[in-house]
Ligand binder design. Structure first.
Ligand code: SF4
Length: 356
């Protein structure tokens, strides 16, 4: 098989019917990641940052799940925990039906080669002492994919072509490239083993706006030609809307809403999602929409609010909200929402119907 056919597998962007007819690629159940907090010498109470708290979802082959929320809501920790780059505290991760949490040794290495990550900062994520060719070849060398240097080099050159980096730059160093080109190098490294899953952790947020859409389009093109699934993490709802099939909204380590992309943008149910959407800049003709300003800062993930974790900032909060935790419920068509009043309130509770 040629290097070209290794890089470009036949694939196409799935419709929901495609994805619904197959087994999930990834199934995450009750995932938790707690970080212990140093307490005073005299304190007996152990405290934890609850970075990811009881997160469950499924990801279908070739699907893009967008994960959105404010900084500090646990979305990056969740993405890294799913790949076990950070060891989860609790939970189940099934990858292609296999228990990824129990995998070790050669099996773990094999499963990991099929699950890659693209980091936010293309400046920090590339080793400055390695040439571009060496950076992209590293996963192939770790996995011992090819027995000869020539085969590895041929494959790396093809990966460079696929992501739009001129192969004549094989021996150049990362600092000789612009931010957008460095992110393309990072993308080449992540696809070189033709994985089935890539966690994209804020891959465009460090880039100029003019470059962002080029990188997003590259990721979509690669998904179409290679058939990968993405967990796409971003704090930017416009970016999430551009690239996702489904969207998961996180707040303080919890999933508060999850739905098909079109459904979520048409009819956001959770007050937090509504507030996030009201902040998306709209053209002048839509400017009647009211912006919802959330009061206060994100609460400490060490001392999370009782009841609904959003009640300290929610413009809809009632007495019950500080006492009882709302379950994440399916409101129909797989539209999940964790609010006591989901489905019980009028659309556009902020006074204006929210528009996409
Ligand atoms: Fe707001 Fe109450 Fe719903 Fe929580 S349960 S989102 S506090 S209305």
């Amino acid at each position: 098989m040629s290097a070209a056919s290794n890089i470009r597998r036949n694939g196409r962007r799935p419709g929901m019917n495609d994805t619904m007819s197959k087994d999930p690629l990834l199934e995450v159940n009750h995932l938790k990641k707690l970080f212990p907090v140093k307490s005073g010498l005299l304190s007996r109470e152990k405290k934890f940052i609850r970075a990811v708290d009881d997160v469950s979802f499924k990801l279908m082959p070739k699907e893009t799940l967008g994960v959105v929320g404010e900084s500090g809501c646990g979305k990056s920790t969740m993405g890294r925990s799913v790949l076990r780059l950070i060891q989860p505290t609790e939970g189940e991760i099934l990858y292609k039906g296999k228990d990824f949490m129990k995998a070790s040794g050669a099996e773990l290495r094999k499963m990991r080669s099929d699950m890659q990550i693209i980091f936010q900062d293309p400046y920090a994520s590339l080793n400055p002492r390695m040439t571009v060719g060496e950076v992209i070849a590293e996963p192939l060398n770790i996995q011992k994919t090819y027995s000869s240097k020539e085969e590895t080099r041929e494959h790396v050159l093809e990966a460079m072509k696929v992501v739009g980096i001129n192969p004549k730059y094989y021996n150049r160093y990362p600092h000789e490239f612009s931010g957008g080109q460095r992110q393309r190098i990072g993308i080449a490294r992540s696809i070189v083993l033709h994985p089935s899953l890539i966690v994209c952790d804020e891959p465009v947020s460090a880039l100029d706006v003019s470059i962002q859409s080029q990188v997003l389009n590259l990721l979509r093109d690669l998904q179409e030609s290679m058939g990968m699934a993405y967990i796409f993490i971003s704090h930017n709802l416009s970016v999430i809307r551009h690239i996702s099939d489904r969207v998961m909204v996180m707040y303080l380590g919890h999933v508060v809403e999850m739905a098909d992309k079109d459904e979520l943008f048409k009819d956001p149910l959770h007050p937090y999602t509504q507030a996030l959407m009201s902040a998306i800049p709209l053209p002048e003709r839509h400017s009647k929409r009211k912006k919802i300003i959330l009061q206060g800062d994100l609460p400490s993930p060490v001392n999370q609010p009782s009841g609904c974790i959003f009640h300290t900032r929610c413009f809809m909060a009632q007495d019950i909200c500080s006492k009882e935790k709302p379950e994440l419920r399916d409101m129909g068509n797989g539209h999940m929402c964790a609010c006591h009043f989901c489905g019980k309130m009028e659309k556009g509770i902020c006074g204006e119907k929210l528009q996409g």
